[in-house]
Design a protein around this ligand. Structure first.
Ligand SMILES: Nc1ncnc2c1ncn2[C@@H]1O[C@H](COP(=O)(O)OP(=O)(O)OP(=O)(O)O)[C@@H](O)[C@H]1O
Ligand SMILES: [Mg+2]
Length: 347
């Protein structure tokens, strides 16, 4: 991309997630969009829409006459079709308009992607980021969270997203693939289990994935129920109150055994003399970290390991993007290539 000395210097941190993308800039932008692009199915759709594509929440609302493209799936960039590539590109272009970048501005950005994103998927993404920014870097998202919290050493980040749960051992250096574990059991998985459980308990009820997610986001918990989860659900067209407390508990708890098992392994990646400190430095991030009771249930399961302290990030929506912006602000661009994959002209 062309650079110019006349425009503003804009730094951005982007957390490109499976379900949502968070954007923060040093010019005051703080935005969240759904990671989805919709294209009208036919010319009628184009007419209703008044344009040829729509990005984010609006695409979900108007899904009935759109083909939806989700750039990320299970934590990796989808690059199966031309249309997938186009969707990723247009999503990033949209992000740049949200940032308010003009043609003469110099934009440097750090993009956090799920830890599992492979080398090929990262370099593919980098080609897209390079065409919308002057200088860009792609790094693993849990690392961005750790950077933002200043917990780069002797800590473990557990990022519970929609597509995946990523556990990452922070050892005072850039985490390698051996330091990370990805579980394909994020929020979408919980929604799936929840849907099936509700269908089994109440076969007469009309239930959708979107509804499952809404109820989970509003009431999600593990362990003792903080309140009974009683929701009006449509049966034969009429709203009827249903008690979903047990179904929701069971669904949210379905991710716990795998998290605990992965943690037990990740702890052994640290030197024995460090492990006591690491166990008191476990941080939950991502939208799923909001599930109530999750921190204490994981800590209880690790009882045999000594004192365990699990905390949550204060702002799960923006912790990754904020960490990315912090890094972009603190580190001169000529150091970025020591941290992640970079593209563009330095300085
Ligand atoms: N209060 C809540 N309780 C339970 N789950 C929640 C809550 N709030 C959000 N979530 C879930 O968090 C997930 C979204 O989290 P996040 O935005 O971190 O994911 P993502 O970054 O898009 O996905 P990934 O990191 O897998 O690419 C969704 O599954 C959503 O339902
Ligand atoms: Mg994420």
């Amino acid at each position: 991309m062309q650079t110019s000395s006349q425009g503003k210097e804009i730094l951005v941190g982007i957390d490109l997630g499976t379900s949502r993308t968070a954007i923060i800039s040093n010019r005051g932008t703080k935005k969240m969009i759904r990671t989805v692009v919709g294209y009208p199915k036919d010319i009628i759709g184009v007419k209703i829409l008044g344009q040829t594509r729509v990005i984010g929440e609006e695409a979900l609302e108007k899904h009935s006459y759109l083909n939806l493209f989700y750039p990320l799936e299970n934590g990796v960039l989808k690059e199966t079709s031309e249309k997938d590539n186009q969707a990723t590109m247009e999503l990033l272009q949209h992000v740049m308009t949200l940032v308010g970048a003009g043609p003469t501005d110099k934009v440097s950005g750090i993009v956090g992607v799920p830890a599992r994103a492979s080398i090929s998927s990262r370099s593919q993404l980098l080609k897209f980021t390079d065409s919308v920014m002057d200088f860009s870097m792609v790094v693993s998202e849990p690392f961005m969270v750790a950077y933002g919290l200043n917990r780069l050493n002797r800590s473990i980040i557990i990022d519970i997203g929609a597509g995946t749960i990523d556990l990452c051992a922070m050892k005072g250096m850039i985490p390698g693939s051996d330091d990370q574990i990805t579980l394909l059991k994020g929020g979408n998985y919980i929604d799936d289990i929840f849907m099936k459980a509700v269908a089994e308990s109440y076969p007469e009820v009309q239930f959708t994935p979107l509804l499952a997610q809404k109820i989970k986001d509003a009431h999600g918990f593990v362990g003792d129920a903080p309140e009974a989860v009683v929701v009006n659900l449509r049966t034969g067209g009429r709203p009827v109150p249903h008690d979903l407390t047990e179904e929701l508990r069971m669904s949210c708890e379905s991710i716990v055994p795998d998290i605990v098992e992965s943690l037990e392994h990740i702890i052994t990646l640290f030197d024995p003399e460090e492990q006591e400190e690491v166990l008191q430095n476990i941080i939950l991030a991502g939208g799923g970290s909001r599930i109530r009771g999750l921190d204490s249930m994981i800590a209880d399961a690790l009882q045999g390991f000594g004192t365990v302290k699990i905390s949550r990030v204060s702002d799960p929506d923006y912790a990754g993007a904020a960490g990315a912006l912090k890094m972009a602000s603190e580190l001169p661009t000529d150091y970025w290539n020591q941290i992640g994959d970079v593209m563009g002209e330095e300085g």
